[in-house]
Design a protein around this ligand. Sequence first.
Ligand code: PLP
Length: 409
Amino acid sequence: NGPALLGEIAAAALNVSAMTWRTSPAATELESVVLDWIRQIVGLSPSFRGVLYDTASVAVVHALAGARERSGPEVRARGLAGRDDVRTQRVYASDQAHSSVRKAMILLGLGEQNMVAIPTDAAFRLEVSALREAIEEDLRAGLRPLAVVATVGTTSTASVDPLPEIAALCREHDLWLHIDAAYGGALAILPEGRWVLAGAEQADSVSINPHKWMFVPLDFSVLYMSRPELLRTLFSLVPEYLRGDAMAATVEPGATNAVVDYMDYGIQLGRRFRALKAWMVLRAFGREGMESRVREHVRLARTLAEWVERDPLYDLVAPVMMSVVCFRFEPPGWQGEACDRLNEAIVEAVNASGKAFLTHTRLRNRTVMRVGIGNVLTTEQHLARLWSCVKIAAERACESDRVSSRAPR
Ligand code: PLP
């Protein structure tokens, strides 16, 4: 969108670094303002303070690093190697959670196999009873449950894990709760979508990607922390050559002259002036403009879902909560792998046409097509064109499979 583009152009021209307040007071202050505006429009409690990163993948690394530091073994100072006083730490997330959780496990040295994938229910939401069993089994085995990552808007189906129940379980076992609301947090902009973050006030950290569904171009990902000072304890490190730039270390946090040096809240030193593009979008669209665009995307997704449901050859495979629609072409006589191939062929053909771009995913062992709507320029006309494109591709895929199965081999 235009406002965001202008913001990017201005940020590129200014080329300041928001690493400390002093290296760019405007970038730092605007970052704090924008992070608080986003917190307000999704209705997160004022007790959360945000930090801006490039992606949600990086946000979850910082969140889990925070979880590990809070759990006690002084990993910042002492590391993990050669220690026999640290039990294997376990992180739980649903079998629909994003792969970035696993990558965070790899990067932090927690070990990919210590991410426990919890089964989901028919609507692809984490099963709380299975989570409880997994935690209790790990405790019996002498392992150390560390954190739960709950997802608001899973990647494949935009499902929402039951936050209040998960939060209660985390409290019971003193586990860190990270909420990955990278995509789905945006639904909370709508009064009727606030339910997706109900329970989030009990989380330790929440990540939201305005670059997914809040009309801010890549990259722009926010991590809200209930105790941001933990990140500062973990990452603040001021070498001599930065001492002249670092302001925050010289005043007490909360003092009237307190400032933020964002370099203290993560591994990055140099930081782009990302806040400007988001400020432009929020100022240009306003709260109502953000609401109406998100609401329109939900309407479009539901419209497509209705077309799918009305056609007996297609199956809507997940409830449509947000702006993601998952469906499968399943004509009579086609099942299993043959039907998977058919759906893959449709995705390939639609994408090759250059008229639309679909993705596929696998759900309960079936390949399905996936449409995600997030562009402010998308209209119902585009969807109608896409739907007819899918139907034509489907017919051709059936036909070519019939021809190839008749052909001598
Ligand atoms: N979490 C969820 C639920 C996602 O869908 C995605 C990306 O698709 C991510 C995290 C990772 O986002 P990023 O590309 O900002 O790292």
